[in-house]
Design a protein around this ligand. Structure first.
Ligand code: NAP
Length: 527
């Protein structure tokens, strides 16, 4: 039987303090724990085969199987993949799992799993509390116990005290999974991994998605990634963890970047920037941060070792308040979409949307002297308006809040246009800088077909590639420009600001286009 230390290969060795000698160690592929969860034994076996091709650590969610007979059927035919470390879990419903049998039956299944070759089992604290320690010592003697506590809708008041309780008795390792409303909460969970050995730290919830991935460099023994079915909120699939984030390569040296926004799930920036890092062989990772509270994110930049980030909806105009300095162009636009973290943790802002707008438009139409209608008066609209004005075009702004349209028109030296009069006017181009029509609300358009009196329509939205607005324009024979052009241009400019290297534009564009093509194919299949 292997010792617990070797089963959790990268937790801290005795006497080694977090943040010292261990911090430059390469964390291996086994730091990703694939979660195998399905209702029938055949599907579980299929998932196990997929999992074992990608990682050596696999959790078998026996409680997902449809009843006691199916669990036994699966375990009887279990073939343990070579070098794999299997963790059997049969979590009861009262602890957030799916198993509805008695504790005696749960323990019997775990004993079956150990006999079938699982080295570890995960046992929730709710069950441990009800079992005399001697019973576990006898029944599950040959297995190593990962004692777990789950807080699906809150943070525990005192995670340290929970950890102490988990570590008692037969426990060989502990796991705390807790819902985090903020990155501050996630850091409290990480603190457990800094202080102890053999800890699995699992920040849960949508705000904690990046923290889940970063947990493994904060001392967590591993992070969970489902092969098919997510078994907890905020899990990132095994496929994504491997292909998009290349989590295997994460070390304490890896430079962390990301995008902050709300919503942020739609963003293809992680796909594009991570493809760029991979193409340039950079030890860097780019993560999506769902940020509702900018202060919380800014406070986490230092502790999480974040080196730069993109800013998206709705934070572009609010982030300058938190910066130590700003590029003069971004200051004039009044919106920042790129932040770099400099020495001493100083934050410096740029606007690369501006570059993106110009690259998308300047080869397609003469900008000087043209009149361009911009729908929206937010961060993207400001970049569009200033880029156009700088190139000698007249930006005409229409927005649902007239005061904002007027303010932007004044700042950029353009005109504010009342929505009611759009229909009666002609523009050289129309630009959508609102989120109307963005995934998943793809059937919406910010303007009606009869309002498209122009030569060219440019939608800054890139997901979907061809929006409802662009379709309406196509139907009227108007030239269209997709937001993908701007997206790749602003993203490559960000890459260059952060890394100081020339961006691998083709690789980044390819990654975006193939993600969009996959999505289009999926939606065709679904419809
Ligand atoms: P933002 O700062 O929040 O501004 C959004 C603007 O759209 C505001 O004027 C807002 O009006 C307006 N708006 C929102 N919902 C609306 C609705 N239902 N009807 C009418 N107007 C509405 O956001 P942003 O950062 O400028 O982003 C806007 C869009 O640009 C997003 O879809 C984003 O994907 C796209 N974008 C694309 C790129 C690219 O590289 N392709 C880059 C940047 C942005 P209120 O002020 O009244 O809320």
């Amino acid at each position: 039987m292997l010792e617990p230390e070797s089963l959790f290969p990268c937790t801290l060795a005795p006497g080694i303090k977090a943040g010292t000698d261990w911090k430059h160690r390469v964390l291996g592929r086994d730091k990703i724990c694939a979660v195998v969860a399905a209702a029938d034994a055949g599907a579980m076996r299929r998932q196990l085969r997929v999992a074992s091709r990608e990682t050596g650590t696999v959790e078998l969610r026996l409680d997902w199987l449809a009843g006691d007979r199916e669990i036994s059927r699966f375990l009887e035919g279990l073939k343990v993949p070579r070098k794999a470390m299997l963790i059997a879990t049969c979590r009861r419903r009262s602890a957030g799992g799916k198993y509805v049998g008695t504790i005696a039956a749960q323990l019997a299944h775990l004993a079956e799993a150990i006999a079938a070759g699982c080295q570890w089992y995960d046992l929730e604290i709710e069950t441990v509390r009800q079992c005399p320690p001697k019973l576990l010592n006898v029944l599950l003697a040959d297995g190593r116990q990962l004692t777990s506590a789950h807080f699906f809708d809150r943070m525990p008041k005192n995670p340290g005290r929970v950890a102490n309780e988990l570590a008692r008795g037969k426990s060989d390792a502990i796991k705390i999974a807790a819902h985090c409303d903020s990155l501050r909460d996630a850091r409290k969970i990480f603190a457990l991994g800094h202080a102890r050995r053999n800890v699995v730290a699992v920040p849960m919830g949508d705000v904690a998605v990046p923290a889940r991935l970063l947990a493994i460099r904060e001392g967590s023994a591993f992070t969970y990634a489902p092969v098919e079915n997510a078994t907890a909120p905020g899990q990132v699939s095994l496929e994504e963890v491997k292909r998009v984030y290349r989590l295997d390569n994460l070390t304490r040296r890896t430079q962390i970047y990301g995008v902050i926004g709300d919503p942020v799930g739609h963003s293809l920036s992680p796909t594009m920037q991570n493809a760029g890092f991979a193409a340039r062989h950079l030890d860097a990772m780019y993560l999506p941060f769902l940020v509702r509270d900018l202060r919380d994110f800014v406070d986490s930049i230092g502790p999480l070792g974040i080196r730069g980030f993109s800013v998206t909806i709705p934070h572009k105009q609010a982030i300058p308040r938190y910066l130590d300095g700003c590029d003069p162009l971004a200051a004039r636009i009044g919106a920042v979409n790129t932040v770099v973290v400099r020495g001493g943790g100083k934050l410096y802002g740029y606007n690369t949307d501006y570059v993106g707008v110009l690259r998308a438009l300047e080869d397609r139409m003469p900008l000087r002297g043209s009149r361009v209608l911009i729908a929206g008066a937010g961060g993207a609209a400001r970049a569009v308006a200033f880029a156009l004005a700088q190139s000698g075009a007249i930006p005409c702004i229409t927005a649902r809040r007239t005061a904002r349209a007027k303010a932007l028109a004044r700042a950029a030296g353009g005109e504010a246009i009342d929505r009611a009069s759009v229909r009666g006017e002609f523009f050289d181009a129309i630009v959508n800088a609102t989120p109307v029509g963005m995934h998943p609300r793809v059937i919406e358009s910010p303007l009606a077909s009869r309002e498209l009196n122009c030569r060219l329509v440019f939608d800054t939205i890139y997901r979907p590639r061809i929006t409802k607005l662009l379709r309406l324009a196509q139907q009227r024979g108007i030239e269209i420009v997709s937001g993908v052009e701007m997206f790749v241009a602003q993203g490559t400019a960000q890459f260059e600001i952060w890394t100081g290297e020339r961006a691998p534009t083709s690789a980044m564009r390819r990654a975006v286009l193939s993600a969009l093509a996959r999505e289009e194919a999926d939606s065709r299949k679904g419809s």
